[in-house]
Design a protein around this ligand. Structure first.
Ligand code: BGC
Length: 739
């Protein structure tokens, strides 16, 4: 008996001992959190202060003593920006930083295809990994509020649902490879002019319904590891250290566990930065290399000034530790992530991705008499500066240094028989072809006068079978460019006059507009065909030629409403853009008087017919859609309702169409938009093919933001659902009731 007892006791003690020694398997996140706490407990005050601000234009230090490498950020969002000098914006002249330029984000949004976003994010991450960039500064999801905004080309259009659906796969794709996405510019950075001084006044409802959803989706669904505060102010506080935006909405409500990075030079105050949620300061002006210690990175708001306040006892390290924890978490997700794959630059797969996204985003706006596609053997005249101008250089921080960029004229010449393609310059726009030291070899110098250029183009147009005018905006100041807004809605450089002259000389004219914004088209009725081509990146010319020739059937859809004139746009109609100067504070108050009525929500409400509606885009084939059917007509609180249509390709070529689901609230205690996009699906169909497409919606698609309860509410009552091909072509309604 005694023997048994001793044996059992021995086994018991042995097992307990073994248990104590067995490794405890914590989930990966918990392990990282433990390592963060461990590292934090070992860091000195100086090391903690060091990791929360920059050490060069684009990098911040790691903690070398503990094995954490430096953190390198880079723009973003269309490719990996060339390396710059340590303290300057000028490119450093490296030989390994020529990249692939992907199409601008407006083009990505115009693809209405979330698979393209995933492809974009993954491809960009591979380029970033090769260059050892740990944080990509993008994507941008500020809402397209006015077509004058110089930076719309970097954003994803006017609709919060579309932008949300498109941003999530981009973020996930990028981060799946261990590269952090830094979603920007949070928030309300909807115009560029006076971007450091604009104080946005907007209703809580518009903030939540229009301006925040894409950021929220990037954080809560995409799991973004960092976010960039915007330059402008909200409630008189800069967004890089804004209590409501950062502490309340981002960190408390959305439970964001990543790093808030200041926009470059967006931090203005040490104590606000300490208290109001900024974690990592970048770009406050400095040049320690040439100016010495008095102007080095130690002078940042979150550097010596912060340390001093801690030393004086005004702050404990509570806020500092919280910032450092987030930065360390970012290290573990990026630089310390041992599972990060190898990167590669300028691979065939990246060019393929750039081309695919570009061709999916090009929008055929108008095509009377099926003038497009252009068949082989036609005598083609190409006119316009944008046919020969590189668009990957310029525009501000998204400017790139590319390994190649196929120009539209070259793409067209390669695709069609070279001997049948003539060129005439037509107009001179901006001949500058350099940005921050990246200079593009080709000279755009032109000595002839405007009338000589017009004459040449018109003469050549008379003897051509088809004229392709390639113009639009470019990346120069006051066009599609950071730092300023456009000064006018119309095309620059007298292009309208030239287009009219060409159309009079030859009615078979196609206008290819290259821009990130809509423009006035006073000549629209004189031109049978218009293609919206965006900034398409490295494969620009090939993408344009493949659509013009019909090798690719266009399937892009406008991610914004194309107004006939600025009065159709709420921000301008209400006179609220660009705001009212408050000289004593050097601030411009910009009240978003149109409230939630942005884009089609405004034109719908005021029964205005835009030039082209949101979601519009033609194809070389035709589609027929059946009337929508719902699987029930009564929906309860936690229920779903399925709405279906069948779509048939009734034309002669294969092609894709985007089915768009819009919802109208028919009984509401608050004013609601006439309809809102709540679902879309891109479908590829061969001739004669039919497919049934179903949208499943829950009450989130019926909700509005109630600023009395500060929450989303779906009110009981009747709703209509429409499935159409654009906001201007919505088809028949199917009605249902929320009980
Ligand atoms: C821009 C950011 C950019 C940063 C770094 C700022 O001026 O607003 O979008 O990421 O510079 O280049």
């Amino acid at each position: 008996m005694k023997k048994i007892f001793i044996t059992v006791a021995f086994i018991g003690i042995w097992t307990l001992g073994l248990k104590a020694q067995l490794p405890v398997y914590l989930d990966e996140n918990q392990q990282i959190e433990n390592r963060i706490e461990d590292a934090l407990s070992r860091m000195t005050l100086d090391e903690k202060i060091a990791v929360i601000h920059a050490q060069s234009k684009f990098s911040s230090p790691g903690v070398k003593r503990l094995g954490f490498p430096d953190l390198w950020t880079d723009d973003g969002p269309h490719g990996v920006r060339p390396d710059v000098l340590w303290d300057e914006w000028e490119q450093a002249g490296q030989t390994n930083d020529s990249c692939v330029a992907f199409p601008a984000l407006t083009c990505l949004a115009a693809s209405w295809n979330p698979e393209m976003s995933a492809l974009y994010g993954e491809s960009l991450a591979e380029e970033a990994l090769y260059r050892n960039k740990n944080v990509m500064l993008g994507p941008g999801v500020n809402i397209y509020r006015t077509p004058l905004c110089g930076r719309n080309f970097e954003y994803m259009g006017e609709d919060p649902f579309l932008a949300s659906q498109m941003v999530v796969p981009y973020v996930k794709g990028l981060q799946s490879k261990g590269v952090a996405s830094c979603v920007k510019h949070y928030a309300l950075n909807n115009d560029e002019e006076y971007r450091h001084q604009v104080n946005v006044i907007v209703s809580e409802r518009a903030l939540h319904e229009i301006y925040l959803p894409a950021f929220k989706a990037a954080v809560t669904e995409g799991g973004a590891w960092s976010i960039m505060g915007a330059y402008n102010l909200y409630k008189n506080q800069h967004n890089c250290h804004n209590d409501i935006m950062l502490n309340k909405i981002l960190k408390q409500d959305w439970q964001f566990d990543g790093v808030v990075v200041s926009d470059w030079g967006g931090c203005h105050d040490t104590e606000e930065a300490i208290k109001n949620g900024l974690d990592l300061e970048f770009g406050s002006w400095t040049d320690g290399l040439t100016m010495g210690a008095t102007n080095a990175y130690d002078q940042y708001y979150l550097a010596l000034a912060y340390k001093k306040l801690i030393k004086e006892g005004k702050y404990t390290t509570k806020e500092l530790d919280e910032k450092v924890r987030r930065v360390l978490r970012l290290f573990f997700r990026t630089t310390m992530n041992r599972n990060r794959p190898m990167g590669f630059l300028c691979s065939e797969s990246h060019y393929e991705a750039a081309l695919k996204i570009a061709t999916e985003g090009i929008v055929l706006l108008k095509n009377d008499n099926n003038i497009l596609p252009i068949s082989n053997g036609k005598r083609i005249l190409v006119v316009g500066e944008n046919a020969i101008k590189m668009m990957t250089v310029g525009g501000g921080s998204s400017s790139l240094k590319v390994q190649k960029e196929i120009l539209p004229l070259d793409g067209i010449r390669t695709r069609f028989d070279k001997s049948t393609v003539e060129y005439a310059r037509g107009y001179v726009g901006d001949t500058v072809q350099s940005y921050n030291g990246v200079t593009v070899g080709r000279s755009l110098y032109e000595s002839r006068s405007e009338s000589q250029l017009t004459q040449e183009a018109v003469d050549k147009a008379r003897v051509a079978d088809v004229v392709i005018f390639i113009g639009g905006l470019n990346k120069s100041d006051y066009q599609d460019c950071e730092g300023h807004d456009r000064k006018q809605y119309g095309l620059p450089y007298n292009q309208d006059k030239l287009i009219e002259a060409l159309a009079a000389a030859n009615p078979n004219i196609v206008v290819v507009n290259i821009s990130g914004n809509s423009v006035a088209m006073p000549w629209i009725n004189k031109v049978p065909s218009v293609v919206q081509a965006w900034y398409l990146g490295s494969e620009s010319g090939e993408a344009i030629a493949s659509v013009l020739s019909g090798d690719v059937n266009p399937s892009g859809k406008l991610p914004f409403t194309w107004y006939s004139d600025l009065n159709q746009c709420g921000a301008h109609f209400t006179g609220s853009y660009p705001g009212v100067w408050r000289p004593a504070h050097d601030i411009i108050d910009e009240e978003y008087k149109e409230d939630i009525f942005v884009g089609y929500r405004f034109t719908d409400k005021n029964k205005l017919k835009p030039l082209f509606p949101f979601g519009h885009g033609l194809s070389y084939t035709t589609f027929e859609i059946s009337e929508p059917k719902a699987d029930k007509n009564i929906m309860t609180e936690n229920d779903k309702i399925n709405i279906s249509v069948t779509i048939k390709n009734t034309g002669k070529v294969s092609g894709s169409e985007v089915l768009q689901l819009y919802i109208s609230d028919l009984q509401s205690s608050v004013i609601r938009p006439v309809k809102e996009l709540k679902g879309f699906q891109k479908v590829y169909l061969t001739p004669g093919e039919t497919r049934e497409i179903t949208f499943s919606i829950d009450k989130s698609a019926l909700s509005f933001y109630d600023d009395k309860t500060h929450s989303w509410t779906a009110e009981k009552g009747k709703f209509s659902a429409f499935i159409g091909l654009s906001a201007g072509e919505i088809g028949k309604a199917v009605k249902f009731e929320l009980k």
